[in-house]
Write a protein that binds this ligand. Structure first.
Ligand code: SAH
Ligand code: SF4
Ligand code: F3S
Length: 477
């Protein structure tokens, strides 16, 4: 358990690593982590840095300055794994130059491929699964003396509750509230790579959010593969959300991911009741065909899903919904595909992550074969993406002419003279930069919108424009 009196929140200066020209091996040892996959992995990498920091390793963002390189990996689709194999080939270049460099492969791929990753000739020295990060310092020490190490045992209890993540300085924090997944969707490796569901105590999570508030974080995303399964000492996920929202009204609370089966009325009511719980729900549907949903073991029907969406829209009228879609699941027909398109159109999602089905060994769907030809998968995916883009574009036009409260999170990627931020409903907004700071809430008048981004002008607290466009100054002068 975390003692609230002693808990410290270490923050990494994101700039420090890049400007650090010290040679590897000289002075303080340095650890570099590269993260792939989902937000759970992002959060885990901060745990890994914290564990390593406890034995004297400093984080670096410069791979060439590192004494230890970790890849925190994802197994969810084959292309995720192929990327890692490619990256290991690059890393062997560093290892050839410095044989004392320790290379660790962490995360879901470690769990799935285990010993295979250590086979002769491999650049990898240690393979460590998601529940074994406490063992990292010892394994790295042994690797420095030349022995390879493997720790992939999954745990029924590990939540890293007592480890304060080493977060990169900023305004948004990931916070894992539960680990593992017991749903066993037939296509998915996660129950095998992350093990059984288990939750952190509500008290420890609330204390961490209090600490984040003291350090001026403005956004906390509660994470779990299936957050609605959260259970601790009689508290459910809705109780947790309310407790976390009560900590600091100026902190926005988000969460991901919800399973449609467990999207309870209580959870929707709690979201509606708290202003700082964001009106954004990622609700993966996967398919619009009941036949396919059954084969996927998703445990809900399209009708149940739509009923949940209707309830969300009734209690939270401006709620924004996003989803995940898999196309080309074994036996998927044109008719199943059309049902998916229909569902997407009916819900009118603001965003979607859309994937071609990728068979994963040892899952139940693996045994169903992979009978939808690649070209058909590709064509169906393209159709889904086109439809979704059109819907998102149309939805975003509704914001034109409205004023949205934006949490500023940094400069826009395209133009340093613009700020970027998000609405409560998770839409990206870009606006001309004034004297606002990162972490400020700014009212922005939305002037135009594409499928991905809203563009606007900031207003002052009385609703007046704080920025006068250049051409107007010229004409009035
Ligand atoms: N726990 C989350 C998602 C975890 S994985 C949930 O239940 O929604 C993220 C997404 O990857 C899934 O929602 C699914 O759409 C996709 N995915 C998982 N396994 C896949 C596979 N074998 N092939 C293609 N996409 C997959
Ligand atoms: Fe995978 Fe299904 Fe669990 Fe999500 S709910 S992690 S898709 S098994
Ligand atoms: Fe990938 Fe593991 Fe997350 S398989 S999606 S990193 S839980």
């Amino acid at each position: 358990m975390i003692d609230p009196q002693t808990v410290k929140l270490p923050v990494i200066d994101a700039q420090a690593g890049t400007s650090d020209a010290q040679a590897p091996g000289a002075g303080v040892r340095k650890v570099y982590v590269e993260t792939y996959g989902c937000q759970m992995n992002e959060a885990d990498s901060e745990i890994v840095l914290s564990v390593m920091n406890g034995t004297g390793y400093e984080p670096t963002q410069d791979i060439a300055a590192a004494d230890v390189i970790f890849l925190n990996t994802c197994s969810v689709r084959d292309n995720a794994e192929q990327r890692i194999h490619g990256r290991l080939t690059n890393i062997s270049y560093y290892k050839k130059q410095r044989p004392e460099l320790v290379v660790g492969l962490l995360g879901c791929m470690a769990e799935r491929l285990r010993k295979q990753l250590l086979q002769e000739g491999s650049v990898v020295d240690v393979v460590v699964g998601p529940d074994q990060y406490r063992a990292l310092p010892d394994l790295v020490e042994e690797a420095r003396t030349g022995s390879k190490g493997l720790a992939v045992k999954l745990s029924r209890v590990e939540t890293y509750e007592d480890i304060t993540p080493l977060r990169t300085e900023g305004i948004s924090a990931w916070l894992s509230v539960m680990r593992g997944c017991d749903k066993f969707c037939t296509f998915c490796v996660v129950p095998f790579t992350r093990g059984r569901e288990r939750s952190r105590s509500l008290e420890s999570i609330v204390r961490e959010v209090e600490e984040l508030s003291r350090h001026n974080f403005r956004e906390v995303t509660l994470l779990g593969q299936n957050v609605n399964s959260y259970r601790s000492d009689g508290h459910d996920f809705a109780d947790l959300l309310a407790a976390v929202a009560a900590v600091d009204p100026s902190i926005r609370i988000r969460y991901t991911t919800s399973h449609p089966q467990d999207m309870s009325d209580k959870l929707i009511e709690t979201m509606a009741a708290w202003k700082n719980i964001c009106n954004y729900i990622h609700l993966p549907v996967q398919s619009g065909s009941n036949r396919v949903l059954k084969l996927m073991n998703r445990t809900y029907t399209v009708e149940h899903y739509l009923e949940r969406v209707a309830r969300i829209q009734e209690l939270i009228p401006d709620a924004s919904l996003s989803t995940d879609i898999i196309t080309g699941f074994p036996t998927e027909t044109d008719d199943d595909h059309r049902r998916t398109l229909d569902l997407i159109a009916r819900v009118g999602y603001d965003g979607a992550y859309m994937f071609k089905y990728s068979p994963r060994e040892n899952t139940k769907a693996w045994a169903m074969g992979d009978d939808v030809p690649e070209a058909v998968k590709g064509a169906r995916l393209a159709e889904i993406i086109d439809l979704q883009r059109e819907i998102a574009h149309r939805n975003n036009q509704r914001h034109v002419g409205t004023v949205e409260e934006i949490l500023v999170d940094g400069p826009s990627k395209r133009d340093e003279r613009e700020w970027k931020g998000r609405t409560d409903t998770n839409k990206v907004v870009v606006f001309t930069r004034g004297d606002q700071q990162i972490g400020d809430y700014v009212p922005v008048s939305i002037q135009r919108a594409s499928a991905a981004t809203l563009h606007g002008a900031p207003l002052d607290s009385e609703g007046r424009p704080v920025y006068i466009p250049l051409q107007m100054t010229t004409t009035t002068a």
